[in-house]
Write a protein that binds this ligand. Structure first.
Ligand code: CMX
Length: 133
């Protein structure tokens, strides 16, 4: 399925305003975009580290997957996202191999990327995302 690199790591935080200080003032990274993804019920903040991004995720309501995650598990790494050339093909391939996809087809995520998720119960506990332009 041609995974080229880790596109981003999603990190669930209670407050982007509070957490970004650590990434900016301690790690010295630059927040280059803040975007709300209504469909996913999250606000996101992006930082680049080489080719990989860090995506801070703050819930925009109690029904957000990020709100549920923090309630159950606390703040921390929420998902890992791989870059691929075609999300629909990647989702189809994993399903053929018996892995449970949350999304049957790609949807639009932050930065206008096509995204699709695999269920963490089917991927050894790691919520996994595919992304493509
Ligand atoms: N990583 C690992 N395990 C996770 C998880 C995560 N991020 N989120 C939930 N789980 C676990 C739960 O702890 C639970 O395990 P146990 O049954 O052992 O307690 C199990 O998965 C099922 O969880 P649940 O609470 O019953 O189900 P949810 O309603 O919380 O749904 C999930 C979980 C992954 C299906 C849902 O969060 C989802 O569809 N996620 C994909 C979309 C998403 O996360 N969007 C936000 C980011 C968007 C972006 O990056 O732009």
């Amino acid at each position: 399925m041609n995974l080229s690199h880790i596109e981003h790591i999603g990190i669930a935080v209670k407050s982007i305003d509070e957490a970004r200080e650590y990434y900016e003032n301690v790690l010295g990274l630059e927040c280059y975009a803040i975007e709300e993804v209504k469909d996913q019920k999250v606000k996101t903040a992006f930082f680049k580290v080489g080719e990989t991004k860090l995506e801070l995720l703050e819930a925009t309501g109690p029904e957000s997957p990020v709100a549920k995650f923090i309630e159950k598990r606390g703040e921390g790494i929420h998902h890992i996202a791989f870059a691929t050339d075609n999300v629909n093909d990647a989702l189809k391939t994993v399903e053929e191999k018996g892995v449970r996809a949350i999304d049957k087809t790609a949807r639009k995520g932050a930065e206008g990327l096509n995204i699709g998720f695999l269920h963490p119960k089917s991927t050894f506990g790691v919520l996994t995302e595919f992304c493509s332009k």
